[in-house]
Design a protein around this ligand. Structure first.
Ligand code: SME
Length: 161
């Protein structure tokens, strides 16, 4: 995977003249189509008052899990820990929410804006042990680019809550 090319494509999507939800949807589709082991790519955004995560733009199989309480599943744990969670084998996790029977591994990387964990990018793979620190670095860098885009007006993510 050529992370420089991927980051530059993400940057150009973010610079394009369309609304945030469409940019994020395009980023999901681009990552899913470009990286073989990415089978579901989506964003969740945090409602800190209600302590819930809300599904934003995504690409992949439809999921019933559009609202996830903080602490529940891999996503909910990342909402509380503020740390990337790389899961080699989802079936070995007790606190896991299955979205599809095909998923074998997962990575969730928090999205910080001005130091606040406002959401996350969540990737599922149908391959076990699919993710490495290279994915972690790439997704962290992608989230930094997205944070730049939304930091002037963070209320833009309220549409997803
Ligand atoms: N597996 C996640 C739930 C979200 S789906 O992967 C889309 C979890 O355990 O939090």
């Amino acid at each position: 995977m050529d992370t420089k090319v991927i980051l530059s494509e993400v940057e150009s999507i973010l610079k394009s003249k369309t609304v945030l939800s469409e940019k994020l949807r395009q980023i999901c589709t681009y990552l899913k189509e470009t990286i073989d082991h990415y089978d579901w790519v989506g964003f969740y955004f945090a409602n800190h008052e209600k302590k819930t995560l809300h599904l934003g733009p995504y690409d992949g199989e439809e999921t019933d899990h559009t609202v996830i309480p903080f602490g529940k599943g891999i996503c909910g744990q990342v909402a509380e820990s503020n740390e990337t969670f790389l899961v080699e084998d989802v079936h070995a996790q007790d606190n896991y929410i299955a979205c599809s029977i095909h998923v074998k591994s997962e990575i969730v990387v928090p999205l910080f804006v001005d130091g606040k964990n406002i959401g996350q990018i969540d990737i599922d793979s149908n391959t076990s042990n699919a993710f490495t620190t290279e994915d972690q670095k790439l997704l962290t860098d992608i989230n930094l680019l997205i944070a730049e885009e939304i930091k002037e007006n963070t209320t833009v993510v309220d549409q997803f809550l």
